[in-house]
Design a protein around this ligand. Structure first.
Ligand code: ADP
Length: 260
């Protein structure tokens, strides 16, 4: 449990720092995109200057995506927590995921029927899925099989309770791959912010820290399983919508679902 406290403290400190930088950076990127866009408009489409500016705009896009990831990581963005169908999230991201997955990777999707709703932010769930899928793809440079699975499950330690608490009903999102896998030392560090084994420019080391943060905010837990040379399964468990909360009228305080 000490480990968990330490992890939470580290996350909070790095999150605050990253969030502050990302926020200011995002404003600067907006200015850059605006001026570069205006300069681009006055140019002949096939001129070398137009090509150069397109490259600048592309780099700005990438930087914007990165700062957005940092902002989510630090949870500065307001989240919109609602009863959510996880299967719907998988279906909605399907075309985006299809583009992320190269042709040498077989994609399997197994969705449970009658999956109960969880309480979470749809955009954050998409981010969880995308981050896990990107990692799975990166782990299979020579191809393999990627499986996205949803299921009903039972697990203890939800809502931040320790694992001696009684098990409760929950929903599991599993992303598994037949890739390189991880040894115990790597596995122990995967949720550390900025821990990455990927080359500079490819990995930020924020993917799983983000997934961890989002899962925790939703009262969930992430349980990794991996074997070197065999592959990895990342299972993220989310508690169900609690009936009492579902019935609670929110009219006295509209728009109160946001969390700082
Ligand atoms: P990044 O993907 O930017 O490196 P992450 O936090 O998402 O950051 O992942 C941290 C590290 O965990 C990765 O660099 C990799 O070493 C390891 N990892 C994560 N997912 C997998 C996976 N599915 N298979 C093998 N290693 C993984």
């Amino acid at each position: 449990l000490d480990e968990q406290v330490l992890q939470a403290q580290k996350l909070e400190a790095v999150g605050r720092l990253a969030g502050g930088i990302a926020h200011d950076f995002n404003n600067l990127l907006t200015v850059m995109a605006s001026y570069a866009g205006m300069a681009r408009e006055g140019l002949a489409p096939d001129s070398p200057e137009a090509h150069d500016l397109d490259e600048v705009l592309k780099a700005i896009d990438r930087a914007t995506a990165l700062t957005r990831q940092l902002l989510t990581f630090s949870r500065q963005r307001l989240s919109d927590v609602q009863p959510l169908d996880l299967n719907g999230v998988v279906r909605n991201t399907d075309s985006m995921l299809a583009r992320l997955i190269p042709s040498n990777v077989e994609r399997r999707i197994e969705l449970a029927t009658d999956l109960p709703p969880i309480e979470a932010d749809a955009t954050q769930m998409e981010q969880v899925l995308v981050n896990l899928v990107v990692n799975a793809v990166d782990a299979m440079p020579d191809g393999g099989r990627l499986t996205i699975r949803t299921s009903r499950s039972r697990l203890s330690g939800l809502h931040g309770a320790d694992s001696t608490a009684p098990a409760e009903d929950c929903v599991c999102l599993e992303v598994s791959d037949t890739g390189v896998g991880m040894d115990a030392a790597t596995l122990a560090r995967v949720f550390d912010p900025f821990f990455t084994t990927k080359p500079l420019g490819k990995g930020t080391g924020l993917g799983l820290a983000t997934v961890h943060g989002i899962a925790q905010a939703a009262g969930g837990r992430i349980v990794p399983q991996s074997e070197p040379g065999k592959g990895t399964a990342m299972r993220v468990y989310f508690p169900l919508v609690r009936p009492a909360q579902e019935a609670e009228p929110d009219s006295a305080n509209p728009g109160s679902s946001s969390r700082a």
